[in-house]
Design a protein around this ligand. Sequence first.
Ligand code: AVJ
Length: 334
Amino acid sequence: MTWTTSPQTWERFALHRDPTPVHAASFAEDVRAGLGARPYRLSAKYFYDDLGSCLFEAITRLPEYYLTRVERDLLLSYGSQIVAAFDEPLELVELGSGSANKTRLIIDAILARQSDLVFHPIDISPDALTESSLALVAAYDRLRVSAYASDYFALLGERRLRTEGRVLALYLGSNIGNFAPGEAQRLLELLAGSLRPGDGVLIGYDLKKDPSILELAYDDPTGVTSAFNKNVLARMNRELDADFDLAAFTFTAVYDAQRGAVDSFLISDRAQTVHVGSAQIDVPLERGERIHTESSYKFTPAELIALVDRCGFREERTFTDAAGRYALSLVRVR
Ligand code: AVJ
């Protein structure tokens, strides 16, 4: 890629879109697969339309959802040490960057010791990605952003990520916890294959703890997380010609200590049949029947390190908060 030397902010921003519109038909197809057979399930990736992204931002401000705040504190405390583990100049990659709020702490640490920086954010939502990228180039005149609007499995699997030098990749926000163990492994293997030996990945993840703390974090008394989940029903009504009655469902989150995951569900309050026009299905629900909407896996540091070890990384250092709620593991490609 060639960059201009102009100070114009928009000239320091490039957006790469997927070569083929692979996502075009997939919402209807995924809903057809998930609600076409029992037990019913929906994919968590459909939470994040415009309203859903705003509701998630609201979740990160809930007193019960400690994850975002603890992670920010860790980045603030250890950001320079993390960056100092690598020779300069560094390039920065971020998977699932979203609003990129916490990324600024690492950008600050990098720009404190090198003159300029290329940041490669990858996010499924082109709108959120463009908005956050333009805000970043406006805020940092020594920053260029080469953004990818893509599903990161697709991007990494097709080896479309273009970096030049030493890379630090960020995978923050406990996003790794949204994948079942086998999927997380596949993603980390793809990531290792897209980086060079010696490159780093900083993984932010939530630690196993008292189930009551976890369940409050995922089923807050204010009801924001309930709205975040019900928005997927509203989204099917808007986009897939469905007729969900949002008032006829109750949200719940339950910690399964066996799997180490908080599972989220929408429970049908009564016997009902919902029609999803674009998926060409009628969905019969019994009173009390559940639709699984999300799993959020929790780890011990040892479990996370064992996982990355299987994928071609070795641990450099793990940072946790004093209360042992959340961790950042810095790992390196072997
Ligand atoms: C953004 C996937 C990390 O699982 O903690 C927050 C999403 N769901 N509250 C998580 C979420 C309910 C969040 N991740």
